[in-house]
Design a protein around this ligand. Structure first.
Ligand SMILES: [Cu+2]
Length: 472
């Protein structure tokens, strides 16, 4: 029996169901030694009412079924949305109210999370934090406003279900983009496992992390390969272009445990959006992104021929994925990249516009280490979820979270329900490099509720690398 058949470990379910963790944790110590003022929030502070989901007429109505299936692109039976891998591309116009009716045909409970989109808390799809999981045979109506525009994705937030293939792209189209382009194409990159995922230490390949906290042996499944839009490199998706076309490629890293390098042979990448949010266009030859991150890149088709769009793992030996940028009236074999050239850094990103409410110094600060905490355990601030204090904040605050990575491996940290500022960019997921890497994020507490903050490496998340940000 696999781990995600249960959705979440029993121990976790019992704890969280005790009143969103607040009453159950009464008497725990405060969140952080670094609160800038004496306004220390404790378990005695009551949670505040979350925002209501948008009511009234739904502009776009979608039905989605999670179930066992085999798509034409993967040979083995796995768990999919609408029998497709990745799941169907959902597109909405900016500002639309979207209703998604999710039916659960899986033999296990599930939820759907709208990654990056700041939906109302009850719609966020985190089992036992924002909703009871959808039982096998049941359905659930999600409703949210498609705002702000951007490149997002949706995925199961239960156990290791994401690594079976329960993910799909979600695009909110802009009324007025700050860049010109002729066509756009979503490219979902995924690390493909040819068997049901096993948690670290379950005896699957990779085995338990070695030594004290796995400092030398971070668990990672043995992926068969990377895929782009569900396809392996020998059957790549093809993007047909005419000379001079500007194509907006919306790259989504839907991997469960893989940082990926992306290049397009013979073409520079004009990065226009980071995690869906517009940035001043910056031209690079390659970028890397971690699980949960998205980049939009405009490619100008100014060189006749066929060119490889390449996505390669920087972590494991599995073969990379390919797509093909195919010029009309050219049937040449795709040219490959020869160099990484200039690689995108976070410092290159300059947001167009800014987040409101986070000028000046923060109202509340958390100083958190990211570390291994023993075999198959990963900690934020020394605490392993669910045995972890919520990060308590108040509505309206400017909140700063400083992260220091004391482990040798990178952690793609994702905050639900909010965008944050990191450097000069606005994002929702940031990779904190290993070996004492640091990142600081600032966000405006403008969306009350209980929000997950976690590592988007699924195996780290399942091993405790999560906290709940709680409005009181
Ligand atoms: Cu991690």
């Amino acid at each position: 029996m696999t781990h995600d058949t249960h959705g979440i470990p029993r121990r976790r379910a019992v704890q969280i169901l005790g009143g969103a963790g607040l009453t159950a944790l009464a008497g725990c110590s405060a969140d952080s030694p670094s609160d800038p003022d004496s306004d220390r929030l404790t378990a005695a502070d009551a949670p505040v009412e979350p925002r209501e989901p948008p009511s009234g007429p739904v502009d776009e109505s979608v039905a989605l079924t999670a179930g066992p299936g085999t798509s034409d692109r993967v040979s083995k039976s796995t768990w999919l949305y609408d029998d497709a891998f990745p799941g169907p591309e959902l597109r909405a116009a900016e500002g639309d109210v979207v209703g998604v009716s999710v039916s659960n045909d899986l033999p296990a409970p599930t939820t759907v999370h709208w990654h990056g989109l700041p939906v109302a808390n009850a719609m966020d799809g985190v089992p036992d934090v924002t909703q009871a999981p959808i039982a096998s045979g049941d359905s659930f109506e999600y409703q949210f406003r498609a705002d702000p525009p951007g490149t997002y994705f949706y995925h199961s937030h239960v156990g290791l279900q994401l690594d079976r293939g329960l993910a799909g792209p979600l695009v909110v189209e802009e009324d007025d983009a700050h860049v010109d382009y002729d066509a756009d194409q979503v490219l979902v990159v995924d690390d493909y496992l040819d068997s049901a995922p096993q948690p670290a230490g379950a005896g699957g390949d990779g085995g338990p992390m070695g030594g004290m906290g796995g400092m030398d042996d971070d668990y990672r499944p043995s992926y068969e390969r990377l895929v782009m839009n569900g396809r392996p490199a020998d059957d790549p998706p093809t993007i047909d272009v005419d000379r001079g076309d500007r194509v907006r490629l919306r790259f989504v890293n839907a991997s469960s445990a893989t940082i990926v390098r992306v290049r397009v042979a013979g073409h520079p990448l004009e990065i226009s959006h980071a995690d869906g949010r517009p940035v001043e266009p910056v031209t690079v030859d390659s970028f890397t992104f971690g699980p949960g991150e998205r980049y939009d890149a405009i490619v100008t088709a100014d060189s006749p021929g066929a060119w490889a769009i390449e996505a390669d793992s920087i972590e494991g030996p599995e073969p990379g994925a390919r797509a093909v940028l195919q010029h009309a009236d050219s049937d040449a074999t795709p040219e490959r990249s020869t160099t990484d050239g200039r690689a995108l850094q976070y410092d290159d990103l300059r947001a167009v516009g800014s987040l409101s409410g986070i000028d000046g110094s923060p109202d509340r600060e958390f100083d958190l280490t990211l570390s291994a905490a023993g075999p198959n355990a990963w900690a934020i601030g020394g605490q392993v979820y669910p045995d972890a204090d919520p990060l308590r904040i108040r509505e309206g605050e400017h909140v700063r979270i400083r992260m220091r990575n004391q482990s040798p491996v990178p952690h793609p940290m994702h905050l639900h329900g909010h965008f944050f500022r990191v450097g000069d960019a606005i994002k929702d997921t940031v990779v904190v490099p290993g070996h004492m890497g640091q990142e600081t994020i600032d966000f405006h507490a403008d969306n009350p509720g209980e929000w997950f903050f976690h590592c988007h490496n699924l195996y780290h998340l399942e091993a405790g690398m999560a906290r709940v940000v709680s409005y009181v």
